[in-house]
Design a protein around this ligand. Structure first.
Ligand code: FSO
Ligand code: SF4
Length: 550
């Protein structure tokens, strides 16, 4: 075993990647990510002590969020980034430690090794990562709970960072993330306390998603019903992927009038739903499909691709389209070009990718037509009367929340089959890249309400929760679970973990989670989730439909 990682749904053999990640993460990068997590935990021990004494360190808060985000599945494959971040993390920790010592402040209790270890070379970091990684916790239930919290916190960090980029912050998120990291280092925190912290993580997940929702909608307007073009035009183009809308805005502004068109890929599709982006005539629409189809989609796109976040699939070799890949923010890939962060109050400089695009051929048209989306909370509320009438008249019998992620496993064909076989008096509520399994199917509408209502990105699952709460109010129900809504969620990486925990914290019960349950849930922890929340896996589309519809 040269590494160990089981943080995503594609963990090898359903237990964990031990030689190389199914995602393409190499063992050295995996171990460096573990070492960075260890450094962030140690740093959090000091920031938490500092906070208790009234000392807040905004620069360190941001560093911890960035670091967590960089370790998310398919986000950053660049070993140099991790080596640099670990060094910076240790330096920040040591200088904060010194500052606190001078004021007579020290962390409580016995110091975890994460607060004291030292290292400077990449080799030392890799070694430390291997020793201090996931398997360092021997008890499998404690390990499971610690990792469940950690992955939730990573997802939360991603959303917190996008909100930050738009000038929105909530200090309670920083303190929670750091306290949670510290809790995962402490042997005196019991399994029961960790279970409570799992739910607490979900509550802060709601806070993070609400913050991002506010950041996105106050900057770019409320998503509205939109017919998104999936065909192409004759100009060269830039394909933008990931989740960061600030990057989207700056790219659109800087490409205007250059003769270069802009298309979204995968999780950036929902950018098409925002009023502020629609004003750009060179914003053509969406190209291709879900993240895991990027090899095919990028070959035919012909132009450069900008990753603002995950999910990156490392190209097979340095040949092909690697030299057309650009990353920015938390995203990174060796061999690709990285566009540096914006200076305070400044803008990112996309001129290199724009110049690159001008030299490329226009995209090959791989499909034609439109897909409809933009059903975030404000748009659904605008249609509330129609929706409520359809429920009251029986035209809509049930809603199926099928939010979450897509992935390359064959077993995910289940979601296409499930969507196809749903009765015609049902509506799918979706968000995240899971939608690509059924958003191009001719599922029709119910009295003008499309049968697939896409709220947006995975973080817009928040919108689905807001809609559910509103319906509960309208129908004067006591419990969100009395609504005719079933949850059949597909997960892949840690953002889906925080979405799941957020739903649990809002009281949603009986969520079906697939295509497989997380490898990081030990049998006992899985049982707790089954007993407390009625979580279950999936079987076949036919069997599950029977179950859901009875
Ligand atoms: Fe998908 Fe990837 Fe949005 Fe994830 S593109 S899988 S949960 O990064 O974040 O839904
Ligand atoms: Fe394996 Fe997923 Fe970890 Fe990648 S992120 S190494 S696929 S468990």
């Amino acid at each position: 075993m040269s590494m160990f990682c089981y943080q995503c749904q594609e963990a090898a053999k359903g237990t964990g990647c031990t030689i190389k990640g199914v995602c393409g993460k190499t063992d050295d990068v995996s171990n460096l990510q573990d070492a960075l997590m260890f450094a962030l935990k140690g740093l959090s021990i000091y920031t938490t002590a500092a906070r208790k004494a009234g000392i807040e360190k905004p620069q360190i808060n941001k560093f911890i969020v960035d670091g967590l985000f960089a370790t998310i599945t398919n986000g950053n494959f660049d070993r140099n980034v991790f080596v640099k971040k670990i060094r910076e993390g240790l330096d920040l920790r040591n200088s904060l430690k010194k500052e606190l010592e001078q004021s007579g402040i020290a962390p409580e209790g016995p110091l975890n090794e994460s607060a004291t270890w030292e290292g400077s070379s990449a080799e030392e970091f890799e070694k430390k990562g291997k020793e201090a990684g996931v398997l360092a916790t021997e008890n499998e239930d404690v390990r499971s709970l610690r990792e469940l919290i950690t992955y939730g916190v990573k997802g939360m960090a991603a959303y917190t960072e996008h909100a930050f980029n738009l000038g929105h912050e909530d200090p309670s998120l920083y303190s929670f993330m750091q306290e949670a990291l510290v809790a995962t280092t402490r042997d005196d925190v019991s399994a029961d306390e960790l279970v409570s912290m799992v739910i607490e993580t979900g509550k802060y997940g709601v806070t993070a998603m609400a913050l991002l929702d506010k950041a996105n909608t106050s900057a770019y307007g409320n998503p509205e019903i939109t017919r998104v073009n999936i065909g192409t035009r004759g100009n060269p183009g830039i394909l933008i992927s990931g989740h960061d809308l600030k990057d989207m805005e700056e790219l659109l502004a800087q490409t205007e009038g250059t003769g270069v068109d802009v298309y979204t890929h995968s999780e950036m599709l929902p950018a098409n739903y925002y009023p502020a982006f629609k004003k750009y005539s060179h914003f053509v629409g969406n190209y291709g499909s879900s993240w895991w189809k990027q090899k095919e989609d990028f070959e035919t796109f012909n132009g450069p691709v900008l990753f603002t976040t995950n999910c990156i699939v490392p190209p097979p070799s340095r040949s092909g389209y690697t030299d057309r890949i650009y990353t920015t923010g938390a995203a990174g890939l060796e061999g690709a070009r990285h566009i540096p962060d914006r200076e305070k109050d400044g803008k990112k400089d996309f001129s290199k990718i724009i110049e690159h695009a001008k030299k490329c051929k226009s995209p090959v048209e791989i499909e034609k037509g439109e897909i409809v989306g933009g059903f975030a909370h404000a748009q659904v509320f605008a249609l509330a009367d129609k929706v409520v009438d359809a429920v009251k008249s029986g035209a809509i019998k049930k809603f199926f929340v099928m939010a979450g992620c897509d992935g390359r496993m064959k077993s995910r064909e289940y979601y296409t089959e499930f969507a196809e076989k749903l009765p015609e008096d049902t509506v799918i509520l979706t968000a995240g890249c899971a939608k690509y399994r059924y958003n191009k199917l001719p599922l029709g509408d119910i009295g003008g309400i499309p049968r697939v209502l896409d709220a947006g990105q995975c973080n817009d699952s928040y919108s689905l929760a807001v809609v559910a709460m509103k319906l509960k109010e309208i129908f004067e129900l006591n419990d969100i679970n009395e609504l005719p809504i079933a949850y059949n969620i597909a997960w892949y990486e840690q953002k889906a973990v925080i979405v799941l925990l957020a739903l649990l914290s809002l009281g949603v019960k009986n969520i079906h989670l697939g295509p497989t349950l997380p490898a990081f849930l030990s049998p006992n922890v899985a049982n707790v989730l089954v007993d407390k929340f009625g979580i279950s896996g999936i079987t076949s589309a036919d069997e599950d439909l029977k179950l859901f519809l009875n």
